[in-house]
Design a binder for this molecule. Structure first.
Ligand code: GLU
Length: 433
């Protein structure tokens, strides 16, 4: 049975590179109807922190990568690593070295050429003569990364190791350990690094790197997952929109891309916007509202009904939920300033003030602003009656309501903002004219 693992070290949050590694392991295991396991490599006692482990697990859960069974935590298995090390010692394949009263265990590196097959690179060979003997148990009794990794891959019955390219040079050392123990060598796939737009390894300089940050920035997990899948994996055809079941269906290690993939925030935003649009209305509204409340971007007392109207009106204009606040800012708070350019473009009609006053009177006579067709009809009649084009009235009203030169359709917007708010904002502009 195919068994994969994701083995993060809890020395930091889950970054997008780690998330992509986890994703490919998860997809491959699902596709092969195998298992995906989670192992926490917390043997670096100085740098490992429970907060990081929690954040990593939360991020994995948010992304939807559920793992099989319980989490294996290396710090809880120290005696297991020591037991196997004793086996190597007894066969003289390892030796002890004492320093200042403490004892470390070192593995004798057999000097030879070692070959293995990497699913992306084909045959890889290393000459182990350049390697020094390998510490497997440190003087504090804790295993080193290599040793714990090899022991656990065996005990967890890992068949496929899919990990970052930065581990490629670790693989020959691990194979030597596996062979010394007489264990099975798994299949290896080393994923190319994720790069920034300039070709340097992705870092904070290029874009946010933690999964948590994308969650905070209002991305959908399915959007991020879809984008990460495209980063280093090429589906057949040119389809780019994938939900998890389709990713599982189409995933294949054979279609991994060998060259480093460049992280493109704009592309991620585009992919996310496609997922935002594809949600059914109810879950879109629920997710957007929950997000804005969780991130305190909207007052907890903001009426849900108004929110729903705003969110639906702006859905096709946003890439992330956070964009709602930006794009629809004037729906959540008062208009404080007018865009200068929009003012210059929209306030030049002669006698504008008097026309707006009349139009305001007509609008005020309506019981409410629910009837969008009616609102438009009234404005157009007024324009015709005064011999101006409709846009000579539409643009100033848009400016009054939004402070900007662009917005969703004006009459829809008037309905969403409601009669009171619209009249108040119109009054303010009239006052200024
Ligand atoms: N703990 C290692 C890392 O976070 C994982 C190594 C592996 O997958 O073997 O890079």
């Amino acid at each position: 049975m195919v068994t994969c693992r994701f083995a993060p070290s809890p020395t930091g949050f889950l970054h997008v590179g780690g998330a992509r590694t986890a994703l490919f392991n998860f997809l491959f295991a699902q596709k092969e109807k195998g298992k995906f396991l989670l192992r926490i490599e917390d043997t670096d006692r100085e740098r490992s922190k429970p907060e990081f482990e929690k954040e990593i697990q939360d991020s994995l859960n948010w992304l939807g990568f559920s793992w099989h069974g319980t989490v294996l935590r290396q710090s809880e298995r120290i005696s297991v690593y020591q037991k196997y090390a004793a086996g190597l010692l007894s066969k003289d394949l390892a030796y002890e070295e004492k320093k200042e009263g403490k004892t470390a265990v070192l593995f004798r590196i057999p000097k030879r050429e070692i070959r293995f097959r990497d699913n992306l690179r084909g045959d890889v060979s290393f000459n182990t003569e350049v390697f020094e003997d390998l510490v497997i148990i440190k003087s504090d009794g804790f295993p080193t990364y290599h040793w714990a990794c090899v022991v656990d891959d065996e005990e967890m019955e890992i068949t496929h190791v899919i990990r970052g390219e930065d581990h490629l040079t670790n693989t020959p050392k691990q194979i030597l350990l596996i062979e010394a123990m007489g264990w099975r060598v798994p299949s290896y796939t080393h994923l190319p690094l994720i790069l920034g737009q300039d070709g340097a390894p992705l870092s904070k300089r290029h874009a946010a790197v933690s999964v948590t940050q994308y969650q905070k920035d209002g991305f959908l997990p399915e959007g991020l997952v879809n984008y990460l899948a495209l980063l280093g994996w090429g589906p057949e055809g040119n389809k780019e929109f994938f939900r998890m079941p389709e990713l599982i269906q189409e995933f294949s290690l054979k279609r991994l891309i060998r060259s480093g993939a460049r992280f493109d925030l704009e592309k991620l935003r585009w992919v996310n916007s496609q997922h935002v649009r594809s949600l059914d209305e109810k879950s879109y509204l629920e997710k957007a509202y929950t997000y804005l409340k969780t991130e305190s971007l909207i007052s907890p007392t903001f009426p849900k009904e108004s929110f729903d109207r705003i969110a639906l009106l702006f859905r096709s204009r946003i890439a992330t939920f956070k964009d709602l606040i930006q794009e629809a800012s004037y729906c959540f708070k008062e208009v404080e300033t007018y865009d200068l350019e929009a003012m210059n473009r929209s306030l030049g009609t002669p006698g504008l003030r008097e026309k707006l006053v009349d139009l305001r009177g007509v609008f005020e006579a309506l019981p409410n602003f629910e009837d969008v067709v009616k609102l438009e009809g009234l404005l157009r009649d007024m324009a015709t009656g005064r011999g101006v084009e409709a846009r000579a009235l539409i643009h100033p009203i848009r400016l009054a309501l939004t402070g900007k030169g662009m917005s969703p359709g004006l009459f829809e917007l008037m309905r969403v903002l409601g009669k009171d708010v619209c009249l108040r904002r119109l009054d303010r502009l009239i006052e200024k004219l």
